[in-house]
Design a protein around this ligand. Sequence first.
Ligand code: SF4
Length: 292
Amino acid sequence: MKVTTVPVKTYITKSKIPGAGYVINPYVGCPHQCLYCYAEFMRKFTGHTEPWGEFLDIKMSQSILHPAQLFHQHVLLSSVTDAYNPFEQKYQITRRILRQLVDCQAYVSILTKSSLVVRDADLLRRLPGCEVTFSLATADESVRKCIEPGASSVPERLKALETLHKAGIPTAVMAAPLLPGISDFRAIVRAALPYTRTFRFDSLNMRATFQHKLMDFVELHYPQLLALYNQIYLQGDTSYWTQLAEQIRAYGAQQGVCVEIFFGRKSSFSFAKTPDAKPNPAVSPAGEPQLF
Ligand code: SF4
């Protein structure tokens, strides 16, 4: 792993992600090495020639720019890296940023595959609104080891979810990306249900950057699913997702949980509020094509 510190003017970027006015990516690159990582395009923008997952730029900046602008604004951590990758333990860039976001009184949404986020529970409690979403593509640890080798294990993530829930911090689970025939959405809900009532679901969007890696994995471990993957990703048959969305809705109703399905549209981020926080007007992804 090649690790470099890189000075930057600011951490903050305007975001087009529904529900998040701003996004902060404290790092470039991600050692979690997910097989399906959609963020590999960042190599092109940053001039890296190393394989994705084998470099990490640690962004160094004195402050987030114009902190007054962030007062009661919605900030997402992060969109093209994981703010709690294992190097955060040492460098504490995300923790420093969070301290500033507390000063700004921003609304913060964190999306992570790392249990390290529990370290910052003290800061999260001081925000006017926040939500920590744990990403879980599977509840099966043997599958997780193959598809997200550098991320926290499934039990570690569930334990972190429990810890934050018990600390009074709003939590959610993003069951994504759902791998056809491999991800068991019911098992994900069952595992996380005691510690959150909010579940979001997204499908696997096959991208050229990881298609070969992912299909090699399917061929090696699930050769019986190759026909299904061809049907979905070569022939463009969406019936699998239509049926899965129906099953998820039915199961969610049965379990009494809040279900959001993003198949075919961009995920939005909502912000659970503390009592004195204002409602988030940008939660609804208006204008996005809604296939399901
Ligand atoms: S955690 Fe996110 S950014 Fe990091 S490798 Fe996985 S998908 Fe990519």
